[in-house]
Design a binder for this molecule. Structure first.
Ligand code: UDP
Ligand code: MG
Length: 322
């Protein structure tokens, strides 16, 4: 049975926040008469989070809990939530009450009435330490430049989606920071932004240290690279491979040519292996071949993978033959 809204909440050791958060969410959706379900994914918590979720689900039918057997990460939790949603609109929200449920009705409206695919929250005024906000400014700037998506706050946990979007993208690794990019590359381009209230963490601690900025940057590289060259990695590896091989080849011809020329004219000459250029040529040739092979292997991997989920059909004309 479909619903108006599914709220997806990844949970990792947030036992204190959950009851308060749920109470607040239901207050808001009941007041606004939004037919909803709330899906909590316990990402292998080691505190009492799962107990809290179970108890809440016993009392309130609209709460559904899923529990991982270990900590897989926020992306995995979100993906599992997405797999189980039945709502026409899907909203994700952190469990730590840094995101305000009061934003929910407006977000739903922006998807339904303006017709956006995604609305991303923007924590314009943040209540986080400077060591977190400053790098995040830089991080968002880089991501804007790379993706061409004019969002201010890619990593905001509070986001709303049209159901179709979450059913057709896959979030893995630490890619939850780049869901707008993944969505855009799957053809969902109507991406909007809403300034949202951000609150200081009341209970518990942040699950990500400074490491997030390094891994976040590496993830951006892979997300960009994969999206650009996924269909034909040979275009990338092959191009640099050919360039490298050609450079090596031209140098080799030059080195041999020079040697022959000097020999022919009885000029003083060095051994080929005495010349730095010779080694440069050698390295360039080998790297060229290696890159070529890498591209070739990548192509073979793509060929052998199932093509099923590769192309997204958004509509089909009516079948009139039956
Ligand atoms: N989270 C999770 N799995 C993890 C780490 C975090 O499900 O491995 C959840 C966490 O419980 C919270 C949300 O992801 O609901 C955001 O985490 P956090 O508040 O620590 O991140 P921050 O707000 O500091 O960016
Ligand atoms: Mg938080």
């Amino acid at each position: 049975m479909t619903k108006d809204l599914s709220i997806v909440i990844p949970v990792y050791n947030e036992e204190e926040s959950i009851p308060e958060l749920l109470e607040w969410i239901f207050r808001v959706i009941d007041k606004n008469g939004i037919d909803s379900e709330v899906i909590l994914i316990d990402d292998g918590s080691t505190d009492g989070s799962w107990n809290v979720i179970q108890n809440a689900a016993k009392k309130e039918l609209r709460i559904i809990g899923h529990r991982f057997n270990r900590n897989y990460g926020k992306s995995a939790a979100l993906q599992t939530g997405f797999d189980h949603t039945r709502g026409n609109v899907v909203i994700t929200m952190d469990a730590d009450m840094q995101d305000s449920p009061d934003e929910v009705p407006e977000l739903v409206k922006m998807i339904n009435e303006i017709g956006l695919d995604i609305v991303s929250g923007w924590k314009k005024t943040r209540h986080d330490p400077l060591g977190k906000t400053l790098p995040s400014l830089f991080f968002n700037w880089v991501t804007r430049k790379v993706s061409g998506i004019p969002l201010h706050d890619f990593n905001c946990g509070l986001k709303a989606y049209r159901s179709e979007v979450v059913k057709n993208i896959r979030v893995y690794g630490e890619m939850h920071r780049y869901i707008p990019l993944i969505a855009k590359w799957s053809g969902y381009r109507k991406i909007g932004e809403k300034v949202v209230e951000h609150r200081a963490r009341k209970y518990g601690t942040t699950k990500y240290g400074m490491k997030r900025f390094l891994t976040g940057f590496l993830d951006l590289l892979s997300v960009t690279f994969v999206s650009r060259f996924k269909k034909n990695p040979m275009h990338f590896f092959g191009t640099i491979g050919i360039l490298s091989f050609l450079t090596g080849f031209i140098i080799t011809v030059w080195v041999i040519g020079e040697k022959l020329y000097r020999q022919f004219n009885n000029l003083p000459r060095r051994d080929v292996v005495d010349q730095p250029l010779f080694f440069l040529a050698l390295v360039a040739l080998i790297i060229g071949v290696q890159l070529f092979l890498a591209g070739f292997l990548a192509e073979m991997m793509i060929q052998s993978r199932s093509k099923k989920d590769e192309y997204l059909i958004s509509e089909t004309t009516k079948d009139r033959t039956t």
